[in-house]
Design a protein around this ligand. Structure first.
Ligand code: PGA
Length: 250
């Protein structure tokens, strides 16, 4: 049985108090299964609370972003070492909201992934095309460019500690998930790109998650696909009962 990753991306939602209430309820609702890894990515200000609440629960902690330098004059930024203090073991890089709203270029995802790897944090590298790019038939070239840039200069040994998330921009927060076969086609393509950059062996080992309007009632169809190893979940991860159900259905 393949390992599944279910990662909650809370985005800019939940204060520390809200996060604490979520963790209390989620731990009642959630039944741990050894082949599923559950990760919660709260906002930076709720990390300490989540870290305290989920201690020894088996739930992992992730962050939604980090900066690529280890320290210095970078007002407002957060380093990998700062995240490590709160047991952060995963970090999202290159999310389309940061690419689109904060104008983050492809190269930034690369620098951030390297910074995460230096600190033994697993980067969750997000890639995905916009609706215009899909309509123009450019989804594969866009995803290939984003992935190749994000992985530039990363060794095969380090690439064993990454996750990739395919998140078509048109599916994020729209209620309009990619059809399972559509997602599977892109996941198989991402594996082929990984094989080209690294090796067949490596391409089989990197978990590739799907993200974009994943809900308790569509997760099963997604994770049944051969090349889909879990999901990055936004909206449906905000309610503890809903997210526990989603994890169960995966
Ligand atoms: P969504 O967000 O589940 O709300 O579509 C997914 C994401 O942006 O990671």
């Amino acid at each position: 049985m393949k390992r599944l990753y279910l990662i909650a991306n809370w985005k800019m939602n939940k204060t520390a108090a809200d996060a604490s209430a979520f963790c209390k309820e989620f731990s009642h609702e959630w039944a741990q299964e050894k082949e599923k890894t559950v990760v919660i990515c709260p906002s930076f200000t709720a990390l300490a609370k989540v870290c305290e609440e989920i201690e020894e629960s088996g739930i992992k902690i992730g962050a939604q972003d980090l900066f690529y330098e280890d320290q210095g004059p970078f007002t407002g930024e957060i380093s990998a070492a700062m995240l490590r203090e709160f047991n952060v073991s995963y970090v999202i890089v290159g999310h389309s909201e940061r690419r689109r709203i904060l104008m983050e270029p492809d190269e930034l995802a690369n620098k951030k992934a390297k910074a995460a790897l230096r600190s033994k944090i697993i980067p969750v590298i997000c890639v995905g095309e916009s609706l215009e790019e899909r309509n123009a038939g450019k989804m594969k070239s866009v995803v290939e460019r984003q992935l190749k840039t994000a992985l530039e200069g990363i060794s095969e040994a380090d690439a064993r500690n990454i996750l990739v998330a395919y998140e078509p921009v048109w599916a994020i927060g729209t209620g309009n998930n990619a059809a399972p076969a559509q997602a599977e086609e892109m996941h198989a393509f991402i594996r082929a790109v990984l094989e080209k950059i690294f090796s067949k062996d490596l391409s089989k080992k990197v978990p590739i998650l799907y993200g974009g309007s994943v809900k308790p009632d569509n997760i099963e169809m997604m994770t049944k696909q051969q090349n889909i190893d879990g999901a990055l979940v936004g909206g449906a991860s905000l309610d503890p009962k809903n997210f526990a159900q989603l994890v169960k259905n995966a």
